[in-house]
Design a protein around this ligand. Structure first.
Ligand SMILES: Cc1ncc(COP(=O)(O)O)c(C=O)c1O
Length: 446
């Protein structure tokens, strides 16, 4: 914990408010250790139960995490608006930033021409009574999903994949319920699960998707929902194979007590076929976001699922945000209908594949086996994340420490390949090899 930040308060509400304020202002940074319950209670002159209640409330809201002998700490990315710099220290000046998991802006379709066409043909303003999912968008979305073998279901829209997952979990689960998530898995999803007060159960992943035995163990441990990334799993690049999908469908077949959520965020960018699990369980939802192929600022994902699940999400949206703006829907529809945009997305997918395979090949030359079957990230197991990230930073490369993505999985670093040039591959692989197996300092062997 920062030596400067003084925790205060005599009630659980005051103590938790003080901690939250410290997180917001950056005085308590992500990962900062909080004092043990008894020590803080003695400091503040309150009972240990009061401090324990304050910690418990912040844990349930995903601000703190308690991990055995590591004690209680601020979560890596707590869900309170903080100065961004507190959440992610900027890379050193001049360093190449491969830590962000963002698509290459140069490979996103330009929106200008479609926005101009939309402006010329915008028509009268849409009102509360006639807003909703546009029938023509539904038609095109369904055709695209049909082509990939996603079963027909009811359809609605959400403000992106993560918004869809939040609405689905909120509609089916209650705080304290367990949700099975991939381990390693998407950091934002782990943050969301914590913020909703749900309990994550990690399911190990290999290049073909979540392990069947891991899913079975999560079900046996009482998971009420399972979130699977179809392709371009973040951070490992794994994609659910035909064989794995078959085995998982057999395991999940007909379950009535589990909500199955599939996140196909890579969508048109994935260079591997989709093998959906959708429809294997009574409650299911399949989400396809437009963020990665068309641009993260287009906050839209298509959600298909069984009637009850979709009705819950659509109904809850109606009494809150209302709907996804029809202006945005029309823009996405225009992008989907433009063959030139299709071609751009196809080329982007090829380009990411070249960069990923190039880096995997360059690492193999150093005897390193990394992972990245699809998507924009490569996952490289390392013996020690902190020293690997530090050595790479000193060599001019910023990568993401695996700790952001792991529950019990082994240490690794995530390298986003989207901005790499062909010339980068050899020096980057050499720096990664050095970071994994540092050259011993000269002098006597230890
Ligand atoms: C696994 C996964 N799902 C979804 C997304 C995109 O989500 P959204 O549609 O909310 O932008 C990402 C982006 O990095 C991701 O890694």
């Amino acid at each position: 914990m920062s030596a400067r930040y003084q925790l205060s308060g005599t009630t659980a509400v005051e103590i938790s408010a003080g901690i939250e304020s410290g997180i917001r202002t950056g005085a308590l940074s992500p990962g900062a250790a909080l004092p043990p319950v008894r020590a803080l209670a003695a400091d503040l002159g309150v009972s240990p139960a009061t401090v324990a209640r304050a910690y418990q409330e912040l844990r349930q809201r995903g601000l703190l995490v308690t991990a055995g002998r590591h004690g209680t700490r601020v979560r890596p990315r707590p869900p309170v608006a903080a100065r961004r710099s507190a959440l992610r220290p900027p890379p050193l000046p001049g360093a190449r930033d491969l830590s962000r998991g963002e698509p290459d802006r140069r490979l996103l379709p330009p929106l200008g021409p479609h926005l101009a066409a939309l402006a010329a043909d915008i028509g009268p303003s849409v009102s509360y009574s006639d807003a909703g999912v546009l029938p023509e968008l539904t038609e095109v979305a369904r055709a695209r999903l049909d082509a990939d073998g996603v079963p027909a279901g009811d359809l609605t829209l959400t403000g992106g994949a993560l918004d869809g997952i939040e609405r689905l979990l909120g509609a089916h689960l209650r705080p304290g319920d367990a949700v099975a998530v991939e381990d390693p898995g998407w950091a934002n999803l782990l943050d969301l699960v914590a913020a909703l007060g749900l309990r994550p159960i990690g399911v190990p992943v290999d290049d073909e998707g979540p392990l069947v035995a891991g899913v079975a163990a999560a079900l046996a441990a009482g998971a009420r929902a399972l979130v699977v990334t179809s392709r371009a799993q973040n951070p490992t690049g794994s994609a659910v194979s035909g064989q794995r999908a078959e085995a998982l469908r057999a395991l999940l077949g007909g379950r009535r007590d589990l909500l199955l959520i599939e996140d196909d965020h890579a969508a048109e960018l994935a260079r591997v076929p989709l093998h959906p699990l959708a429809g294997a369980t009574a409650s299911w939802a399949f989400l396809r976001s437009v963020s990665k192929p068309f641009g993260p600022d287009l906050r839209l994902a298509v959600l298909v699922g069984d009637e009850t699940t979709v009705a819950r999400v659509a109904g809850r949206t109606r009494v809150g945000a209302g709907w996804v703006s029809t202006v945005l829907q029309r823009l996405v529809l225009a992008l989907w209908r433009d063959p030139a945009v299709d071609e751009l997305v196809r080329r982007a997918a090829q380009s990411y594949e070249r960069r990923r395979d190039g880096l995997l090949g360059a690492l193999a030359e150093h005897g390193l086996r990394a992972h990245g079957r699809s998507g924009i990230n490569v996952w490289l197991p390392v013996p020690d994340e902190t020293s690997a990230v530090t050595a790479l930073r000193d060599a001019g490369w910023a990568v993401a420490p695996g700790a952001l993505y792991r529950i019990a999985a082994a240490p690794a670093v995530r390298i986003t390949v989207s901005s790499l040039d062909a010339d980068d591959l050899v020096p980057l692989a050499a720096a990664l090899a050095d970071a994994v197996n540092p050259t011993p300092p000269p002098g006597f062997p230890t």
